[in-house]
Ligand binder design. Sequence first.
Ligand code: ADP
Ligand code: MG
Length: 356
Amino acid sequence: MPFIEIQDLTKQYGPSLYALRSVSATIERGEWVAVMGPSGSGKSTLLNILGCLDSPSEGKVSIEGKGLTLLPPGELARFRAEKVGFIFQQFHLVPYLTVVENVMLAQYFHSLAEEREAAEALRRVGLGDRLHHLPSQLSGGEQQRVCVARALINQPNLILADEPTGNLDEVNEAIVMSLLTDLHREGHTILMVTHDPEIGRMAERRLSLHHGRLTEEISTVAVEEHALADKLLQAVWRKQEDVGSGLVPAEKLPEFVANRATFLLMAQEGSITLEEGKIGFTGKGQRRSDELIRRHRLAERLFYETFALDEDHLHENALKLEPLWTPAVTEKICMFLHHPRTCPHGDPIPRGACCP
Ligand code: ADP
Ligand code: MG
């Protein structure tokens, strides 16, 4: 039995206005699915129906085998409070309640409000020291983290997120996305609506809505991801060299904005650290990026010395040749060139195991 089963869901607002047309899909327990599509394509309508905030004109939704459309209103409300955690683009925090009270409010519908649990959820999202502040005293990113804590307080099976990073800058977006990554890893099922392809790539699977109709998108190819990750590791390495520090502020790296998802994936698989908007290497990432920079600068050196290519064309020629070099070939070339210490542009070449 699938965790969520959506069958022929239609939502009609007027004689010819359809928000959803005959949408069918299944979602397994523990999956992270992104619902993509342009504005007005029906994403929020679908999410709201799954969260029992809205009802379909036709069709069925069942969660854990339970048909939502058949539940009486009281049971529907209880189901929503116990099983579903919402994260919205607009934070929907109560302005005159403190942060910890806002989280307890969500809990109130479920069980006895317990401040200790609410505080624990807030600590988890890094807001342990802001419990008694009002929402207006928090930044947008911090308010969204309160919403994540609020969504978590009842330990819901299903997390529904509607453009959860829509109002955030890139750094806060990375923080919220890594919280979602942690939740996914712990086994929560996540259905996330976004129009941003970079955010959609974080999910395991992407569904696409166009004018209320659903199509499934194919996932990205792993090989391309690796080549891109290697390119980004080198960009971080060079920026470290540039700013003279091991931690590079994300906003100083032009590649960050266009490749946010890949950076988050790299953090997940343990080659970089991404904390408080600063990018650094782990041991593994340092080794890999040293190797890549070394290979590139040796390739430039080879073109410069052996083929007497002029300086302006070294970089592009090196890029064509170097992907073919295994670590053993790189060592041989380093020896052949007598272990040069700098590239033709004067930048240092990281030392290798063969170097004296
Ligand atoms: P998305 O979240 O993808 O931007 P929505 O699900 O909010 O799209 O809306 C899908 C379509 O349904 C839009 O054309 C929107 O104008 C329409 N719609 C949504 N809610 C209502 C409503 N309450 N009354 C009339 N039309 C609505
Ligand atoms: Mg929407």
